[in-house]
Design a protein around this ligand. Sequence first.
Ligand code: BGC
Length: 780
Amino acid sequence: MVGIGVAALCMVTPTVQAQVKLNANNIDEVIGEMTLEEKVHMVIGCGMSMGDGAKFPGTAGRTYDIPRLGIPSVYLADGPHRLAMSVKRDFDSRFYYATEFPSGTTVAATFDPNAAYQVGAALGEEVKDYGMDVLLAPGANLMRNALCGRNHEYYSEDPVVTGKMAAGYIKGVQSQGVGTCLKHFAVNNQETNRNNNDSRVAQRPLRELYLKGFEIAVKESQPWSIMTSYNKVNGKYTCEDIDLTENILRDEWGFKGVVMSDWNAGTDAVTSMKAGNDMLQPGQERQYKAILEAVQNGTLDEAILNRNVKRILELVVKCHTFENYKYANETDLKAHAIIDRTIGAEGIVLLDNRSALPLTANVKTIALYGTTSYDMVPAGMGFGSTGVGYYCVSLVEGMRNAGYTVDADLIKKYKKHLFDEQKRLYPNGKPPFSLTPLKRAEEFVPTSDELSAQVKNNDVAIITLGRTSGEASDRRVEEFYLKENESALIKQVAEAYRAAGKKVIVILNICSPVETASWKNMVDAVICAFQPGQEVGNCVADVLTGKVNPSGHLPMTFAIKYGDAPSDSNFPYDYEFKMPSFAMGSGMNFESQEKEEKPKEAVRNVDFTDYEEGIYVGYRYFETFDKEVSYPFGHGLSYTTFSFEIVSSDINGDNCEMKVAVKNTGNCAGKESVQVYVKAPAGGLEKPAKELKAFAKTKLLQPGESEVVTLSWKLMDMASLNEKSSSWELPKGTYQWMVGASSADVRCTVTQKVSKAQKVKVHNAMIPPYKIAQHDMVKR
Ligand code: BGC
């Protein structure tokens, strides 16, 4: 360790070559050779690599390099659904394309962590092939509210689905020898005022819901790094909270990697260092000065700086760049497109089907309605989507590839309409890159003469509705509901086609739930495709035609109306978004921005958000309080049917295990996911009616074929956090283990006795400095 006095003498970076060069076994020695300034540089980034002068233009950043000590920069680029970098570079004729994979939500809808692994492995290969080292992904925040702008990057309203999917993805990416950065740690559930919002949450929901997904991912997959979030939790910025990053993350969960801040998060660099937030990205001059001064004046122990530098160097030596890996600078786009098409289709959820799907052999010509059929939404917006996409398959293309004729007159009409709408919405042309969602064309409804001709000329009608969202802003409540002309389109098309005995199918190409209850019975089938990536049109066509039998399940509840979920009243659903609440980009004047932005008095749901619903998020609320929903969590139909039978169930020491036989009882091959929910005995803490503890997916089962799937979880996964004793408590008694096809569709149940209560003490961490009101759920 270099003492403070010694460090003060080393103010100037030595020009002489050091004898020692970094390797995996001499990190302490290398730190001993570093000047104080070099150490401070090491814990902050080198700015964003957006410009063309950068080694990898359009990427998020890099770590500091010290060539004299053999320390290279390692390169960080955004995910989660695409390796984000500039596709075009100055004085370079090539296109640096990366694959647009399915969104996090779409991957979660597969209910198959192996699907997440495959997407991760392909993404990891692209990161490696293009010479970068760490993918800033996956996102593992809980879907607390249907309107969060970044829901598409996240997995689920349930922490087990979130954690298992994130772990699959992380293992996949890291199988390629590149790193991940699990984000945004933690409780970053809204984008409105994301740099300053305080998430006020009690310790129990914090542990059981908001941290649980991260905990599972960290323990199961050891990400190389983790990114703290922009927001505060219980009054402290997450990057400045030692409880979060040291006491919980490292001490309790055993995390071994680097903690880095989100880009320009937090305000106090020195507190971040002390909290074990090892690296501040993308790095600011004022952070550099603050850390340097703090060590010099003794308010920051240099040992802490050394510890943080050590963790960063431990990451550096694992990276391809450190090994001087000769990357190809191109990747297997063809193979990855196949992965996107396969997983994208697996994540599609069949919500309703009244004998409309798969399309029957007599369907030959198709009428495509809705601007989204022609302008599909492969993915959401944000830094994960920087620049030009590779390509996006429209539904016209997808259906044609599948051998159908698409109504040419409608194609002509929509082409003109989209062109006119683009001119109206963007008189000066579309921006090349946008964090917030691009404006989408309004729908139009054909006249009744046009409609009757279309009904005559086509065998089936397909209507696609689209929604997108992005970083730094949330969706408004209006975007949950259908617009007037969207509802009119569904109603009129449905009436016209159904009167002629023809089927009508609605495709939802959406980031997050929309209202479905008012119109779903007007049509014959509803499919939720979420955002399956660049192959979107082919993915949807594969499901419509039956080439792929749908096996996706909803990773969140579709409520009947906005206001039904208890978090709805504590969310900025009607907030008029102002861009400057978002601080980003090097060269920005943060000081003046902060002054402008300081609110006179704290605004509810903007400056702070009270998590009054406690543990009742998503199905935990709807199931416990018998509240009707449009589509429940875990719901998803198939073109075949399945039966479930519990073969065995057992508690053996710390392990719970269930074997379930799934049989394909229908007429075509298909896959099914098995969901195990647990109901705890009365007597302990108040509990939701049921909680998902495990899930698994079968292989493709032929008609009549069965498979026994094994589902396992730990005994203490059924425990709850008692805030009074700061311990996980598992009451003794009889537990119900329920096998379901959704949270609302339990097929068989078995009981298991826990004969001895268990207790595991944890840190009394992240205590809210205020009392958080509790909703009266019964009255809702
Ligand atoms: C986002 C992160 C991202 C970072 C770097 C931030 O705005 O919140 O998810 O990794 O930018 O691009």
